[in-house]
Write a protein that binds this ligand. Structure first.
Ligand SMILES: Nc1nc2c(c(=O)[nH]1)N[C@H]1C(S)=C(S)[C@@H](COP(=O)(O)O)O[C@H]1N2
Ligand SMILES: [Mo]
Length: 555
């Protein structure tokens, strides 16, 4: 028991050393590219390697907490390893340090394996290793000093121990230490010497250990926090000046939200726009090094700078994006005015060959998307967007450039942080989510959502209004109907029209509302007469279907 307890401080030293290393690496990464942070590099690899059913389960059970939980798990596993490293460092400092270095080496390798990685991306891991090993050596030194109060200067240093492992006297360090320990125990009159827990000691050395441990923990926490702040201020899309569109659109018509507050705004604010991607940190893109490459089956490969893009004729389009993971009635849909270069302009410049049937886009985060070439050429307004609602793309939404494809779920047409478009075939290349069993082609299904009233809220009998949004991108919404308590479908009034690639708001004055609980449902119909089906489908693999029905109380 005593032995176990006296080992505890070493476990703590391992944890503190790891935290300090991780934080230092995180800080360096924040200053260059957050994705190269050792913790995030490992976390991203875990995301990429997680089988689809497990991911589905995680998203279902955890929702948007899936990423914090993932990071937490990575940190937890790391800390368990660091406990082992600390315990081993008690007898074999070099071994403990070696485990820390191995841990960081994995993270460094993962950072370097990212697409578009540069040599300096390994720097955060190197710094993490140096700081981690340094702190471990320091703490082990202190602990050994506190365990041998009679010879405060005589402990083995980590460096000494490490070099000793190369020679015949490999175990001299630990053996000497045990000898000292025994000598000390024999010398004391106390038959039950207190276990040398950090907190039970009163010697100056122990206080030093405690204080330095607290210091390391505080500094680690502070550095982690600072790293996040740095990442947030490093790229500033708001400093980018965008030219106007060659043929600007007029202002959007007044939305229904101005009359019925509960209905989603006709144009989603950038800050409210849903965000879905595979990243633990928002990719940071330096405009200087960034290029949009167009290659593969083309007459001439292109490599365009951001300024090259801005120098082209820009168009402006109102387009609603939807994520395939959106459940019926869910939040992963948003509508914005996008500014960018028509995809056809870029394809014409490059000259598409005769064999390509897909545009394979690769993003800065390594994410890939397959978009059917036929979709890009069928007359819809696919574009490489640089602006969103009058501003440069926010970092979360793909700064500096992203693909926007009307009518396709985001995972097949909305590549953020776009880096390369490759003209190729479906036979030759498959993209991120297709490799994880999601559909290869995924047009958006007609759907509608009740925004007001919210489920399980109470509305007044007078002026009760049911309202929301409906979308069927590239086909357009023809009508929306509302049903109360399974009765007949009643047609709602549609809001303003901003084109078939955009959503429609709708409302119905609920004049005959009676007190009590009611079930309210809605469904949309496209301009072609295609009615939103009641047949339920899960988001996996090609998008949800069904009809949203909520319970509402009328008072
Ligand atoms: N580089 C990159 N682009 C991406 C993704 C991603 O993970 N990485 N996710 C896609 C998915 S699944 C969707 S739904 C849209 C979401 O775009 P938004 O976050 O701007 O709403 O981005 C798409 N583009
Ligand atoms: Mo998505």
């Amino acid at each position: 028991m005593k032995r176990h307890l006296s080992a505890l401080p070493y476990a703590g030293a391992g944890v503190l050393a790891t935290l300090a290393g991780m934080s230092a690496g995180h800080l360096v990464a924040a200053a260059q590219n957050p994705a190269t942070s050792p913790v995030l590099a490992v976390g991203s690899a875990v995301i990429d390697l997680t089988p689809t059913p497990v991911k589905e389960l995680a998203v279902r059970e955890l929702g948007t907490r899936d990423k914090p939980v993932l990071i937490g798990s990575v940190v937890l596993v790391t800390l368990v390893v660091s406990v082992i490293a600390g315990l081993l460092a008690r007898r074999r400092p070099a071994l403990g340090a070696g485990i820390l270095v191995a841990l960081v080496a994995v993270a460094g390798a993962l950072a370097l394996l990212r697409p578009f990685a540069v040599a300096s991306d390994v720097l955060p891991a190197v710094v993490a290793a140096v700081v981690g090993v340094g702190v471990l050596a320091f703490l082990v030194r202190l602990l050994r000093a506190s365990a041998s109060p009679r010879r405060p200067g005589g402990f083995e240093t980590l460096a000494g121990a490490r070099s000793s492992t190369t020679g015949a006297g490999a175990h001299s360090g630990p053996v000497v230490e045990e000898g000292e320990e025994r000598a000390r125990l024999e010398a004391t009159d106390d038959p039950e010497p207190k276990p040398r827990l950090l907190l039970s000691g009163t010697s100056a050395t122990r206080r030093t250990v405690l204080v330095s441990a607290a210091f390391v923990a505080l500094v680690s926490g502070g550095i982690g926090w600072l790293g996040q702040r740095l990442a947030a201020i490093r790229i500033r899309p708001e400093d980018v000046d965008l030219p106007a569109a060659a043929d600007p659109l007029g202002p959007l018509p007044r939305g229904l939200e101005q009359r019925y507050g509960g209905i989603s705004r006709f144009q989603t604010r950038n800050g409210d726009f849903y965000r879905v991607d595979v990243n633990l940190s928002v990719p940071v893109v330096d405009l200087d090094g960034w290029r949009l490459e167009i290659d593969g089956d083309v007459d001439e490969e292109l490599s365009l700078t951001f300024d090259d893009l801005l120098a082209m004729d820009l168009v402006e389009r109102d387009i609603t994006l939807t994520c395939v993971s959106n459940e019926v009635g869910g939040p992963y849909v948003g509508a914005a005015r996008w500014l960018g270069v028509p995809l056809t302009t870029l394809l014409d410049r490059a000259g598409v060959g005769s064999t390509a049937d897909q545009i394979y886009s690769t993003a800065v985060d390594g994410f890939t998307i397959s978009t059917p070439l036929a979709v890009a050429l069928d007359g819809r307004d696919s574009m490489v967007a640089v602006g969103m609602n009058g501003e440069a793309l926010p970092a979360e939404h793909g700064f500096p450039a992203r693909l926007v494809t009307p009518g396709l779920y985001g995972f097949v047409g909305a590549t953020k942080w776009l880096r390369r478009l490759t003209l190729t075939t479906y036979e030759e290349q498959s993209a991120y989510w297709t490799d994880r069993d999601w559909a290869t082609e995924a047009p958006i299904k007609v759907s509608s959502r009740i925004d007001t009233p919210q489920a399980f809220t109470t509305v007044g009998k007078e002026n009760a209004v049911i309202g929301g949004v409906a979308w069927a991108q590239t086909r357009g919404i023809g009508k929306v109907e509302v049903r109360v308590d399974g009765g007949p479908w009643r047609e709602a009034t549609l809001g303003p029209d901003a084109g078939v690639a955009y959503w429609r708001q709708w409302f119905l004055a609920w004049k005959d509302a009676t007190p009590g609980r009611h079930r309210v449902a809605c469904r949309a119909t496209t301009l072609e007469g295609d009615v939103q089906t009641a047949a339920r489908a899960t988001p996996f693999p090609a998008g949800s279907s069904g009809i949203q029905e909520i319970a509402v109380d009328v008072a």
